[in-house]
Design a protein around this ligand. Structure first.
Ligand code: HEM
Length: 508
């Protein structure tokens, strides 16, 4: 169970003191848009600080910072690279695999995986299904295809059951990755205690399972890399294999990072979309979405499967779908926490009349930016209509309002260090939503009454963190059972978020 409260605390400080808040002696949290653009886009502030002697390049000391923890197998990767120039050199060769052109060209791979998920939902009709784990499997099966080659993708969607009579879902690999990320507080804030906490909580043992799984996969695929046929099928592995001098620890660090970055985030996003659309208060949105999907795509008359005949339509012809997904990205951004950068060597950063000195950490948390006044009323509520044209609004006014919304969105980060897998994630999410909510049988999926007898019928906002009504499920199952779905779907307060209790059970 994760009990951090940092993000909510920083958000409250912004509400009280405005867009610039000093959160620790050497960290400033910023939501002032021009400064945010300067840090992330115009000046591309680094993730690591090299303190240089003035007028020379001699490095006196290095401040490693938050991202250095994301290395794997004792090696840094794209995400954890501190220096901005080194980062650009690493990123360039990888961009093709994750470009929209590549994702659309290989949409058949996505269709195949998503159809497997739809099939699973159909076969599990009338049973309780943990959709959080189901989407985790989809996300893992897709991202491993991009890392290791489509032929070598994992197949959790086939091998897992997703329904358990006692509503307890276990998967050693996923649990292991969850255990690693649940210790981020210690890694980031109190690194000197990290290894003791890992041993004390027993997580040092479970964490090894996920790491070995991914390490074995890397070795398995690397063993075939001399076969020319495999090389023809582009993947992250084939791009970096020779570039990283066939050094498996370096290659492994990159692949493991992408796999984890791509799986958890997509899983959390899909879970919140499915839950929001299954709430009684959002029934009209579900119906509108269903109709829009049927108007856009043909369906297989026998199976009722949606045939996504043209992936371009997912972006261009589906205003309702886009409004729902954007609102979910705003409210349930899978990485809502502070994206820390360092003020680089030089003149410092001018903020509100103060000069912030080089080496200071400056950060913006998407959670706060996504709750800016521009988005309108009831900021914590799920209201897709924010993203649609209002009755009295001209085309031009609507366009301008949307531009202003987009300037405040940071779901995938901003600037050079933005998410590498964004096009893959967005396309996968949209195709999956179309396939589930366009299917006439799956549309009746709803929150499982066995998991949650108390479904909130209002549009009550889901909150961040464990709050005052916190129930430890492990110790008080009865009290947990009595919580409403809104309480059960609270978002964990950390750099990345997810449903606080790591589950979301649905049924037809
Ligand atoms: C809904 C899904 C996703 C969300 C919300 C998301 C969000 C983000 C964000 C906010 C960042 C920047 C973080 C920071 O600067 O602190 C990031 C970076 C990154 N993401 Fe994603 N991500 C998603 C899916 C994926 C997928 C599918 C991949 C697959 C490879 C991926 C790979 C990466 C990588 C490699 C980086 C580091 C980029 C760099 O430093 O150049 N992400 N992501």
């Amino acid at each position: 169970m994760r009990k951090e409260q940092g993000m909510l605390h920083i958000h409250k400080l912004h509400q009280k003191y405005g867009p610039i808040v000093q959160v620790s002696p050497d960290e400033i949290s910023i939501t002032d848009l021009p400064i945010v653009k300067k840090i992330y886009m115009n000046d591309n502030y680094p993730k690591e600080f090299f303190n240089c002697e003035s007028n020379t390049t001699r490095v006196l000391n290095i401040k490693k910072g938050f991202y250095s923890q994301f290395g794997n197998f004792s090696n840094r990767n794209l995400f954890s690279t501190g220096d901005s120039k080194e980062h650009i050199n690493k990123k360039k060769p990888l961009q093709k695999i994750y470009s929209k052109t590549f994702v659309l060209k290989h949409s058949g791979f996505l269709t195949q995986k998503i159809n497997k998920l739809v099939n699973k939902l159909i076969t599990l009709k009338n049973k309780n299904v943990d959709v959080y784990s189901l989407f985790g499997s989809l996300a893992m099966d897709v991202v491993t295809g991009y890392e290791f080659g489509f032929e070598n993708s994992s197949d959790f969607l086939t091998i897992q059951d997703f329904q358990e009579k006692n509503l307890e879902y276990k998967n050693e690999i996923f649990d292991s990755f969850r255990d690693s990320s649940s210790l981020w507080f210690w890694v980031c804030m109190v690194p000197q205690l990290y290894s003791y906490v890992a041993i004390w909580s027993g997580k040092n043992k479970t964490m090894k399972k996920g790491r070995s799984w991914i390490w074995n996969k890397i070795n398995e695929v690397a063993a075939c890399m001399s076969i020319e046929d495999l090389k023809k099928q582009e993947s992250t592995m084939t791009v970096i294999f020779d570039k990283y001098n066939r050094d498996l620890a370096r290659i492994g660090s990159e692949l493991a990072d992408h796999t984890l970055a791509g799986a958890d985030t997509t899983q959390t996003t899909l879970t919140y979309i499915m839950w929001q659309l299954s709430r009684p208060a959002n029934a009209t949105w579900k119906k509108k979405l269903h109709n829009e999907i049927l108007e856009t795509f043909p369906t297989n008359k026998k199976t009722n499967y949606v045939i996504i005949d043209d992936y371009n339509k997912l972006d261009k012809e589906m205003p309702v779908m886009n409004a729902i997904i954007k609102e979910n990205f705003r409210l349930h951004a899978a990485i809502p926490g502070s994206e820390r950068r360092f003020v680089p060597n030089g003149d410092g950063l001018k903020v509100a009349g103060y000069n912030i000195k080089p080496g200071t950490v400056v950060s913006t948390q998407p959670y706060s930016l996504h709750r800016a006044d521009v988005f309108g009323e009831e900021i914590d509520a799920f209201k897709p209509e924010r993203w649609l044209q209002e009755i009295n609004e001209t085309e031009n006014e609507y366009k301008k309002r949307l531009q202003e919304f987009e300037r405040h969105m940071m779901t995938f980060g901003q600037g050079n260090r933005m998410c590498l897998g964004m096009h893959l994630a967005v396309t996968e999410i949209k195709a999956c939503v179309a396939s589930i909510f366009g299917h006439s049988e799956l549309i009746s999926y709803h929150i499982s009454p066995e998991w949650c007898p108390l479904v909130d019928t209002t549009n009550k906002a889901v909150q961040m963190g464990y709050g005052t009504k916190f129930v430890d499920k492990t110790f008080d199952r009865l009290a947990y059972h009595r919580l409403s779905d809104v309480e059960k779907m609270r978002m964990a307060d950390s750099y990345t978020t997810r449903p606080l209790y790591d589950e979301c059970w649905m049924t037809i």
